[in-house]
Design a protein around this ligand. Sequence first.
Ligand SMILES: N[C@@H](CCC(=O)N[C@@H](CS)C(=O)NCC(=O)O)C(=O)O
Length: 221
Amino acid sequence: MMTLIKVSAFRWVPPLAQGLVRELRVRWALEEAGLAYEERLIGPEDQTSEHYRRIQPFGQVPAYEEDGLVLFESGAIVLHIAERSEALMPSEPHARARTKTWMFAALNTVEPAIQKLAEIDLFHSGEEWAKQRRPAAVEAVKKRLASLSDWMGGRDYLEEQRFTAADLLMTTVLRILRHTELVAEMPVLEAYRLRCEARPAFQKALADHMAPFAKYAPPGK
Ligand SMILES: N[C@@H](CCC(=O)N[C@@H](CS)C(=O)NCC(=O)O)C(=O)O
């Protein structure tokens, strides 16, 4: 029997968030794994509804439904998909463990510093506290990027010679800095980001992620 996978996504978000909403990670993983899915487009009214909160307790995107299984958290969903797909996770046990380690590193060690800077720049840029906090936030990001760049030196991917779910997550984390030159200034990381984004599965996922925004754009947006 065919399993119907459903992924929640926002019907529309402002341009500053387009291309970054975290359901893109899930779309990308499903494309890499060759699994068909349906998008479930939601808006602010769904985020607070009792029904959606049973699927995503925080009213966020993404949520994932498959054969009665309901998941949330983009990292957990990508891991669930990767565990069943050689395209995203090697079968050798040590390589699997290292892949999971880098998935956590992307979300737990690299993303927090990047997200902090993005929030300052994208949501609070005019505020006095943000101006004071920004230099330290930039330094924190640079420190993480430098360590990542050192690791990547001579490697095409985080896990030796192949693309994995860890690269998928790390790329989506690096993309959050697209409003800055911080990644572009580090040739190893910029090449890595471009290498991962050039994958047909990413291009398809991004196109499908962007399509509703054009269709449901509010008048004048
Ligand atoms: N840790 C969660 C974060 C999810 C998240 O922040 N989603 C954003 C979109 S990228 C969202 O739904 N924001 C609306 C809200 O928090 O109300 C994950 O990775 O799935």
